[in-house]
Design a protein around this ligand. Structure first.
Ligand SMILES: [Zn+2]
Length: 290
């Protein structure tokens, strides 16, 4: 018995063994061939898949880029809309803010006899020196009343002696003054009709109980005047005709609303409204009631 012959082939004839060995050999070759073929196929599939994946990834990246570009466009569009909104808001504010309210009057600029503030409101009688009704520009009213309230909280007995005066009221007032004081003297302290800040509805003449009247030089030494000098700017009011001004005689009682922003600038820089150029003043129109 050949010792190399496997046990399982015992009993087979040499021919049969050869045939079986051949069959096994062919089967093995076939299996290896099939394995190689399958491997090749898999490799091909893998390559195809990888390239597909790459394409998908590229497409995804393109899509992402596209999305980002679109987003950027949307963002830009939105910011354009926003800024357009701001511009419209600014324009609307400018269009609805009465530009007369920051004009220089008093020999500089003439106010039409037909001019009337857009809306006037009655000032609460508890703030008035006289029993008669007094009116002020509706949007200035809260600033004025707040200021007077705060002053009173500091024991400053601030009273309003005069506020809005129409063109006609100013005209008759001026002619009254001319009769009483003579034209020369009247011109020094009373504006001609059309040149008065009182026609704007934003100017106020103050007094106190101890000063006891309108347009009194006693106001100059009253604590109320000192208080106004230190505080009125916080509420948007400025002294129109300070000592030594080129327009009228010194009027310590006469204060005009120009908005908090401009009043503060004048206070900080120790400047006066009438010393500024109209262009410089007009910049503050948009912030008048802020
Ligand atoms: Zn006045």
């Amino acid at each position: 018995m050949n010792p190399d012959t496997p046990d399982k082939l015992k009993g087979f004839s040499p021919q049969a063994r050869l045939l079986i060995s051949l069959a096994v050999g062919i089967a093995l070759i076939g299996m290896v061939g099939y394995g190689a073929y399958s491997y090749n196929l898999l490799q091909k599939e893998k390559t195809a898949l990888l390239s597909e994946l790459e394409t998908t990834r590229e497409k995804g990246y393109e899509l992402l880029l596209q999305t980002r570009t679109q987003q950027a466009t949307i963002d830009e569009f939105q910011s354009q809309i926003l800024s357009l909104g701001n511009t419209v808001g600014t324009l609307e504010k400018l269009a609805t803010t009465d530009e007369e309210l920051l004009k220089k009057y008093s020999k500089v600029y003439f106010l039409s006899e037909n001019y009337r503030p857009a809306k006037l409101s009655a000032i609460d009688h508890k703030y008035l020196f006289n029993k008669d009704d007094a009116y002020i520009h509706t949007q200035v009213l809260p600033y004025l009343e707040t200021m007077v309230e705060i002053a009173r909280g500091r024991d400053i007995d601030l009273l309003i002696a005069s506020a809005f005066r129409s063109f006609d009221t100013q005209a008759s007032l001026k002619s009254e003054y001319k009769i009483v004081y003579g034209a020369g003297t009247a011109n020094q302290f009373s504006a001609d009709q059309g040149y008065s800040e009182h026609q704007l509805g934003t100017a106020v003449d103050f007094t106190t109980t101890s000063v006891g009247g309108t347009s009194s030089s006693k106001f100059q030494t009253d604590p109320a005047y000192k208080w106004l000098l230190d505080n009125a700017y916080k509420y948007g009011f400025v002294l129109s005709y300070p000592e030594g001004n080129a327009y009228y005689k010194f009027e310590p009682w006469h204060w005009r609303f120009v908005g908090v922003e401009l009043a503060k600038k004048l206070y900080v820089n120790k400047e006066y409204f009438y010393d500024l150029g109209q262009r410089e003043i007009d910049v503050y129109l948009i912030k008048l009631f802020d």
